[in-house]
Write a protein that binds this ligand. Sequence first.
Ligand code: SAM
Length: 456
Amino acid sequence: MKKKLYLETHGCQMNVHDSEKAAFALSECGYEATSDPLDADLILLNTCMVREKAAKKVYTRIRDLKIQLRREAGKSELPLFGVMGCVAQAEADRLFERSRDVRLVLGTQAIGQLPQLVGQLENGFPRAIEVRLSKEAEFFELQAGVRQTRHVAFVTIIEGCNKFCSFCIVPFTRGRERSRPADNIVAETQALAQQGFLEIQLLGQNVNSYGLSGRFHGSVIDDSLSDTAGEITFAQLLARVATESGVPRIKYTTSYPRDFDEEVIRVMDDHENLCEWIHLPAQSGSDRILRAMRRGYTFAEYMKKIEAIKKARKDYAITGDIIVGFPGETDDDFNQTLRLAAEVGYDGLYIFNYSPRPRTPAAAYADSVSEAVKAERFAKLQELQQRIQKMRYDRYLGCSVEVLVEGTSARSKDDLMGHTRSQKVVNFPGRPELIGKLVQVLITESKPNSLYGELV
Ligand code: SAM
């Protein structure tokens, strides 16, 4: 009988993609996925540290799962518990100390070692851990045909980050930048097109650094292989994927403002299958705070990139991230952020209350902005964004948009749900046979975070 894996994913698309890699690695040693923790031989939590108190939440989740297992299944022998993702990387063996139930800790570069580590546990070892980070780490290559996402496929192009923004834990949990060889990326996108995927999303913490600083260090480094070793720019990679993959919709995330250049916009304008969505996190509008965050650009420099996007041939949707309440942020600094949000006119904005992350430089700064003030600023920025977003969404009224149908709507079983090329959620009445297809929808209603329409 096959062993069962229950894998719970928290966080961003990168974690969703890591989970599919982990499920694939474990399928090689006899594990099949289950959606029921009561059925599982191995429970793996894929964790994220963007939200506050991430580690604490892992312990709470393990405790809750244990209570559920004991109550509902009357299990005296518990399944193996493992933790992967950023919390595993940051906490490492502390996870063993703080929870006797955790038996496996898997760092962000260790997915390929999962079968050996699980094998050790099955052979009686009490614990297994791998949390080394290395610039030379190989990419875990996911074989075609084992995807867990059905309609949109994620493709890693670069891992890690070299930016060391003062608030951010990513360089510590995901290591230094490493670009994946361009040929492997292109081959994967071609295989996905053959499997029938209509949309792919290229992933990286900082996609614009592709090929710049984190050149691939495989077993062979050969300059004559520059084009095949990931040593082309992000714009060149986009052009290659656009022309060689045959995928009708290509998106990517996340861009880093300092490295985002006009060449990328030119390439996006030139290829119809590169979608009209750019996620460009500003984090703040205040030059003083941007400097303290070590972002490497000013308000004016960020706005110059935005102006270039707005002048482009295609009509791009711009989304972003903002942190409110960074140490030392005054009312005046925050007003600059409001000004930036108003001038950009984001189609969507993720707003975060600042919270210190272990090992980051900002964690040593006095966390001077009270939680009450952070909450107030959060609400004010959100209120502004809602007004802007209404205008941005209203402009689709009466227009026909292309939607990739991804499933039925969570709200009504008569409605289908999908995303536009500009990454907006659209609901519309339709038959389930349309799931997985590209359709045209006439937008009749705009809601705060979605559009509504009818099939054309
Ligand atoms: N690569 C992205 C970038 O350009 O910075 C970072 C990805 S991070 C996982 C997603 C978002 O979480 C960041 O853009 C930032 O807004 C937010 N974030 C990161 N660290 C944070 C912290 N210490 N406190 C609050 N928000 C944070």
